[in-house]
Ligand binder design. Structure first.
Ligand code: NAD
Ligand code: 0WE
Length: 260
């Protein structure tokens, strides 16, 4: 029961395959209370179904992190329900397809702004109203999801830049919030076939090659990413802030494609 008496807001569940759902399951297993937000009406039914599949069922709140009124309303209802907050999960990213696929040199400012806003700035947008609630809890822990920013991945393009921005942002946020006993970290997950990975050409091939290359000889699961995120949210990680923890079956340490 590592998360007993802890209240955690999880942002970014779209469906059962979502990394945020893997995190939610780990949190619930360890005794946390969880509220989920979903982006918009389009996702409401699927998220409601998931929220009702666990007992006691979870509260769900609509929140588009780029629409300030919805962020404000979401935190108002969290304050009313809990009056404090111990943990916050940021598991959202987006870059417009037309700016993602042609390559970084062709990226237009509007697409750049959207990708950086949704994938990095929203961490600050949701941390800001969380801070007074963390203070009521005597501290807090924030976890964001990232993807290996130490290398270039063909086709990841603008999203790679957005993730590098996210990681730098979380380090400065860790500095900013540290004296209030608020920790900010990221989990750098290996590739997983989620909604966000669907429709990316060559993703299955990438999964297969990554599995072969990684020390563990396989890909990671949302359960594994969920367990590591839960650890960072728990008091076991009380000395860790500003870090990016790789949960990638070891892929990042390998230079060349490993021989069979
Ligand atoms: P997913 O599609 O299940 O989750 C992405 C979520 O982002 C969705 O729930 C979507 O509604 C939400 N979102 C997008 N724009 C939003 C907005 N404006 N406001 C609120 N929510 C918004 O896919 P996932 O793979 O679980 O992605 C979660 C996180 O994990 C992302 O940050 C992604 O970059 C990261 N990640 C994914 C992988 C992978 O291979 N799947 C690997 C490493 C990191
Ligand atoms: O962060 C991601 C993907 C996030 C994502 C996905 C899409 C597809 C649909 C952001 N924006 C969009 N925009 C869309 O229009 N991942 C870590 C998964 C991912 O995406 C890749 C990867 C990996 C891994 C794209 C190319 C190469 C590798």
């Amino acid at each position: 029961m590592l998360m007993k008496n802890k209240k955690v807001l999880v942002v970014g569940v779209a469906n059962r395959a979502s990394i945020a759902w893997g995190i939610t399951e780990a949190l619930l297993r360890e005794g946390a209370e969880v509220i989920l937000t979903y982006q918009n009406e389009r996702l409401k039914e699927r998220v409601a179904e998931l929220a009702e599949s666990v007992s006691p069922k979870l509260e769900i709140i609509e929140m588009d992190a780029t629409i300030p009124a919805t962020v404000e309303a979401a935190f108002a209802s969290i304050e009313a329900r809990w009056g404090k907050l111990d943990g916050l999960v940021h598991s959202i990213a987006f870059a417009p397809k037309e700016d993602l696929t042609p390559g970084i040199v062709k990226t237009k400012l509007e697409g750049w702004n959207t990708a950086i806003q949704v994938s990095a700035y929203t961490l600050l947008e949701i941390m800001r109203p969380a801070m007074p609630l963390f203070e009521k809890a005597g501290g807090g822990s924030v976890v964001a999801l990232t993807y290996d920013t130490t290398k270039v991945f063909p086709n990841y393009n603008l999203m790679g830049v957005a993730k590098a921005t996210l990681e730098a942002t979380l380090r400065y946020a860790a500095w900013d919030a540290g004296r209030k006993n608020v920790r900010v970290n990221a989990v750098s997950a290996g590739p997983i076939k989620t909604l966000a990975a669907r429709g990316i050409s060559g993703f299955s091939k990438m999964l297969d090659e990554g599995a072969k290359k990684s020390p563990l000889g396989r890909n990671v699961t949302t359960e594994e990413v969920g367990n590591s995120a839960m650890f960072l949210l728990s008091d076991l990680a009380s000395g860790i802030t500003g870090q990016t923890l790789f949960v990638d079956a070891g892929q990042v340490i390998v230079g060349a494609a490993a021989s069979e």
